[in-house]
Design a protein around this ligand. Structure first.
Ligand SMILES: Cc1cc2nc3c(=O)[nH]c(=O)nc-3n(C[C@H](O)[C@H](O)[C@H](O)COP(=O)(O)OP(=O)(O)OC[C@H]3O[C@@H](n4cnc5c(N)ncnc54)[C@H](O)[C@@H]3O)c2cc1C
Length: 236
């Protein structure tokens, strides 16, 4: 494994107020993609210039299977609102924390730094910061909601209710969850294309951007350059 990839392993990149992305393991690099493609002619590397050119050709013409030769394993901590969007990507392998085994802690809730306005031209999206005298009040209300929900959860546990049921008292979308997940480079880029886009929810965009900027661009520099040239630019 290349040194620049080795330094990424086990690094924890903070996301949102209490979340993170950590690269736990990785298999392969840009050259692994090139070498997988060259198996068609039973060949391997032909030097950096021709190798990079071939990788760009693969990306441009959507020869995707060589990109599946590279794999990433992440540990992610994110609010459930992000988890529900992430698990729609069926090509990721997931193992998640269980609220049936592990009780939640008082600080396990996402508190946004700012409130965003409802987007005018996209029913799903947000746009810009909400500036009203009520913004700070909303944050206080949310904190109170978390405190109340957590107190009820504790009360239910103390009364002997099972953890799997007591968690019904917790504010659902904002609870932080931790999971381990594995994906190949082709499907990771597909996820990043969708979840870094402006129409994706701001919170999941922060995770996608962190993975792209901190991990993919260092671990697969040719792939990242080709992805920006042939995929992201054609979307914009
Ligand atoms: C901005 C945005 C808004 C969204 N809004 C909603 C919404 O309102 N409601 C909602 O339900 N979802 C919504 N989604 C989720 C979306 O519909 C997809 O489920 C999600 O983005 C996963 O995409 P995918 O299927 O391409 O990815 P993956 O599941 O990772 O699959 C990757 C690719 O593999 C292929 N594939 C994988 N599994 C199969 C299969 N079983 N059969 C055939 N082909 C397969 C497909 O080509 C697919 O594109 C939204 C997504 C985004 C980005």
């Amino acid at each position: 494994m290349d040194n620049s990839i080795q330094t990424l392993i086990n690094q924890r990149f903070p996301v949102l107020d209490k979340g993170f992305v950590e690269l736990q393991d990785m298999m392969g690099d840009d050259l692994a993609i090139v070498n997988a493609a060259r198996v068609s002619f039973l060949g391997e590397s032909k030097g950096p210039e021709r190798d990079k050119k071939l990788l760009f050709y693969l990306m441009q013409h959507r020869h995707t299977s060589p990109f599946e030769m590279v794999e990433f394993k992440f540990r992610v901590r994110a609010p459930l609102v992000v988890w529900w969007q992430w698990v729609r990507h069926r090509t990721w392998h997931m193992n998640a924390q269980s609220g049936r085994y592990t009780p939640f802690e008082e600080e396990d809730f996402y508190l946004p730094a700012v409130w965003r306005q409802q987007a005018r031209d996209n029913k799903q999206a947000s746009e810009g910061e909400l500036y009203t005298p009520d913004s700070d009040k909303l944050t206080v209300l949310l904190e109170e909601h978390y405190t109340r929900g957590y107190a009820l959860y504790q009360q239910a546990l103390a009364a002997g209710v099972a953890r799997e049921q007591a968690r019904l008292f917790l504010p659902g979308f904002s609870v932080y969850y931790t999971w381990v997940t594995k994906v190949d480079a082709h499907n990771l880029l597909h996820f990043l294309r969708l979840r870094m886009a402006d129409d994706a929810q701001w919170e999941i965009r922060q995770y996608a951007q962190t993975i792209y900027q901190k991990v993919v661009k260092t671990a697969l520099p040719w792939t990242a350059e080709a992805f920006e040239t042939f995929i992201l630019k054609s979307d914009s």
